[in-house]
Ligand binder design. Sequence first.
Ligand code: CA
Length: 165
Amino acid sequence: MKSIIFPLVFAVSGSLLLNKVGVKASDFTGISAVDVVAVVGSKTFYKDASNLYVSFLEFLQFCHANDMTTSSIESAEEQAAIVAYFNDTRYVEFLWLGGWDINNEGNWRWIDGDAQMSYTNWLPNAPNGGLAKNCAHFRPFSPHQWFDTPCVNDKNVAFCHKITT
Ligand SMILES: [Ca+2]
């Protein structure tokens, strides 16, 4: 029975572009269903509904392909709305934030608009990775704070936002 079921499951899952965490088709385009995480004013935050692990470059590709920009958390109100969602869902995968200090160590900027971070919510000892950690991610469980991480980290889920007018 096993020998019949397993190839079948593999064939079905392999036919989907995005299926589950850690598994990715080689023809990744980034287009996927998204979950609404929070709405704050004109800004709506979304994460990849398939919870697929992606690299930072794939995260950029994902947001762009879905007509969004990489996430930026710019106020305590936005942070609180995002935390409320993850408290409700008990979601546990780390999420990419659209922030980096890749161009100037210690000078953290949001990619969207190349704006310097004014509001931040780093873990107390972060960022602390120096030149080895130039991208930011969000821990969706307590204490719900931000960490610096290597940009080559491939165990984060895409997190984007879109401004509606
Ligand atoms: Ca750094």
